[in-house]
Design a protein around this ligand. Sequence first.
Ligand code: F0G
Length: 435
Amino acid sequence: MTDLVLDAPAQSAPPEADDGVWLECIACGEQFAPFDAVRYTCDDCDGLLEARYADHPTFDDFSGEGVWRYAAALPFAEDEIGADADGGAESGGAWYSLPEGHTPLHEVPRLREEVGVNRLRVKHEGMNPTGSFKDRGMTVGVRVARELGVGRLACASTGNTSAALAAYGARAGMETLVLLPAGKVAAGKVAQASLHGARILEVDGNFDDCLDIVQELATDGEAYLLNSLNPFRLEGQKTIGFEILERFHADYGTYPDRVVLPVGNAGNTAALFKAFRELVAAGELTPDQVPALTGVQAEGAAPMVEAIEDGADEVRRWLDVETRATAIRIGNPVNAPKALPGIRETGGTAVAVSDDEITDAQRALAGEGVGVEPASAASVAGLRKLRDAGEIAADEDVVCLTTGHLLKDPDAAFAAGDDPEPVANSTEAVLDLLE
Ligand code: F0G
């Protein structure tokens, strides 16, 4: 099914390889030592950077649980950088891990039956310590930040990144700054950033405007940027792909045909593609076993879908974006140059869904006991839509990624669920109502 053009991570040793790890520009191929300087994009052409490795581990090389189970596929081992006296392998990674990853791959039998696919599992990233997949990237990113000796950590955020940054920054004893689009971030996320002690600035603009500002601050050396432009964060998020494939294979002796996921900045899409490519390079997976990456956006914020539908090489920045799924209210997906090839080369696609379709999917997941925030439910809404259109076949094995927990956005949950009913203080009155 897939037509994977394997742009194999470089096999030649780079000039300044540090323990077989380096950063490489995906646009011009320029290589950089990973930890010698703060760097988010290519010095030469400003292209996106990606961590590259001389060796690629197989599943047999992994041990332990969670993100650090995959240390052999990360830029440093558990007992390497940053593992100083107050943290590290021996003391349980005290200052950089909460711990994260090892999230459930739920069975959802009623939903599977309704959608009509061979197998359907839901990878619930809302079960991470701060309630979203962002924790996977932060445990790696914050550790690199300490290695680089930076002062203040910063991000722009639709909410979840800010919650994770605040928590991991607090854990590491570092100062954190978050820029949020005013009035457009769900209550649970602002509450987290606030209590974990981030300095919160609410910008009169959207997420993309916030990111523009944080990038300028980072360029000026005012802060270390921990948005998904940061290549080390995506290394942590790559472990979602490893976990899905390992678990699916353990359960069924096969790999899923497709992974469906919500798309905002397209960091996860890029990270999963990288996980799959590295497993192919390791000989763990054949190119035709690579799952088709299928991205879902809200209709009011769907620049990636537009680019896939138009066959465009570049994504057009949408200036006005709106959706109930505020986590993916994003008009300028910065990881598009990594993610568009991910969708295309794995034989995937992208689809836009309405806010009502998102809420319906949120209810359907809740009906299976899986509580997610609206953006997460976009994956299931997209699966339903593509299945109805015949673009996903009945014999496929599918994994939907749900990225954030229900409690992140209590207002959306109340709006999607049934209202509480007032009742008088007596058993009789309760029984009357239950009649
Ligand atoms: N789902 C949730 C719950 C998110 O919070 C995000 C991104 C996405 C999906 C999209 O993931 O960017 O990798 O395509 N939230 C960011 C934030 C932007 O600031 O919390 P992506």
